[in-house]
Design a protein around this ligand. Structure first.
Ligand code: NAD
Length: 414
């Protein structure tokens, strides 16, 4: 296990200083509790065997069983999994969910696998990590390149290994297998609710303009909800390119174009420099992969508000530079927590046996997101700090209380 502190631990250190947290609590939170690596060997369609490296990290289980997605991507490594597990820990704590933080990944390009190879990989991942997963220990969910089907294979494998239908052990399942309505919309909808709840804090005018990088699950839903609320979507991008119109787009038309042409390129004029960071817009929304705004690109951002829908959209240096420039940053651990909030509802539903309707899910989600957004804004105003610092202070205080309530003696075998 790595003992080197992650970059994102800077957020913890700042919160710990502000809250005057004990050295014991800092020491516990600076390192992942458990990080497991596995070699997942898969029988390929041509009869050969191929091995893929995989990881699962429980960063903290102070507040409950770990919770976080599993990512299938060629560039995933242990450091990325640990970083994302750290973010899940603070996201779940901020949202007030009874979960610790975890994350998993497999270094693979799933597009190079057949459906049967992908299924064997998903099931192999669960077999390799079966002692760690389970409803009271660690509850995976979908992430980049893992959808309901992949999670259904994983849930089935775990159930078979345990000889029981462990549907609460994995969330993001298809509805027919115990999944919950509204999960697909949850992240984008939650981020839109947060943005609207923070409208005054962020100094946004009616009809403020928005540029969104990444037009996938979260970006599309965010665009729809903000458009419906009267905001103007002026910039959009996906891996095919970026488009811009000062007059604004109807997201439904963009979605239809993308479905027909397999990308947004050609839907409208290309954004200046094909780079939405430089686009004129009141709100910039990174919703693709992390690290898009670093110390250098932060200099070029035109918007007055950045809403981090993707995890770690800003590097630590990039986020700091934006704030120095007077740009508000709505941090990932607040902006994209709608997804895990609805995963929590799926877990509750599976354990109670009582099913929720989509209306009930949205009502719960909307109230939850607005409440947490208001808490963060009010802490930021009281402490005279940015939204990220405020969010980490609230989350770190909760984690510290849990760790201290357990007694550090037990933790250190004194
Ligand atoms: P997705 O795969 O559905 O969509 C990603 C989009 O980004 C696609 O449209 C893709 O074309 C685009 N993209 C990729 N590279 C790009 C580039 N260089 N420039 C512009 N666009 C690019 O993913 P998603 O589920 O919408 O997730 C987006 C981000 O939000 C990810 O970072 C994810 O970790 C984070 N997130 C998602 C959820 C969720 O529930 N979906 C929850 C929390 C965080």
């Amino acid at each position: 296990m790595t003992t080197e502190a992650l970059d994102v631990c800077a957020y913890l250190e700042r919160a710990a200083d502000a809250l005057d947290l004990s050295e014991d609590v800092r020491e516990v939170l600076m390192h992942p509790t458990r990080s497991v690596s596995a070699s997942i060997t898969v029988r390929m369609g041509d009869g050969s065997l191929k091995t893929f490296p995989g990881w699962r990290t429980i960063y903290s289980n102070a507040l409950g069983p770990a919770k976080g997605g599993i990512r299938f991507h060629p560039t995933v490594d242990e450091h990325e999994v640990n970083t994302l597990a750290f973010l899940m820990t603070f996201k779940n704590a901020l949202a007030g969910l009874p979960f610790g933080g975890g994350k998993g990944g497999v270094a693979v390009n799933p597009r190079m696998l057949s459906r049967h190879e992908l299924e064997r990989l998903a099931r192999g991942y669960v077999r390799a990590l079966k002692h760690d997963l389970g409803t009271g220990r660690d509850i995976p969910a979908p992430d980049v390149n893992t959808n309901g089907t992949v999670l259904a294979w994983m849930a089935d494998e775990l159930a078979a290994l345990e000889g029981t239908a462990h549907t609460a052990s994995i969330t993001g399942k298809p509805i027919v297998l115990g999944g919950i309505p509204g999960r697909a919309e949850a992240t984008g909808r939650g981020a839109a609710k947060v943005t609207m709840a923070l409208k005054d804090h962020l100094g946004l005018a009616d009809g403020a303009s928005i540029a969104i990088q990444g037009f996938g699950n979260a970006g599309v839903q965010y665009a729809h909800d903000m458009h419906e609320a009267g905001y103007k979507i002026v910039g959009l991008s996906d891996s095919s390119g970026s488009v811009y119109s000062a007059d604004g787009f109807d997201p439904s038309e963009a979605e239809a174009f993308k479905a027909e042409h397999r990308g947004l390129k050609g839907f409208a004029d290309e954004a200046p420099g094909n780079d939405l960071r430089r686009a004129e817009a009141d709100i910039l929304v990174p919703a693709a992969l992390g690290g898009w705004i670093d110390g250098d690109s932060a200099e070029t951002v035109e918007a007055g508000v950045v809403v981090e829908v993707s995890n770690q959209a800003c590097t630590v240096g990039g986020g700091d530079r934006l704030e120095e420039r007077g740009i508000h940053v709505v941090p990932d651990i607040l902006a994209n927590s709608g997804g895990v909030s609805v995963s929590y509802l799926e877990w509750v539903q599976n354990r109670s046996g009582e099913e929720m309707t989509k209306e009930q899910v949205f009502d719960n989600l909307d109230r939850r997101m607005e409440r947490v957004a208001r808490q963060v804004a009010s802490r930021a105003a009281d402490d005279g700090v940015g939204l990220r610092a405020a969010a980490y202070r609230i989350a770190a205080a909760r984690l510290a209380e849990a760790i201290e309530s357990m007694g550090t003696r037990r933790l250190f075998n004194e």
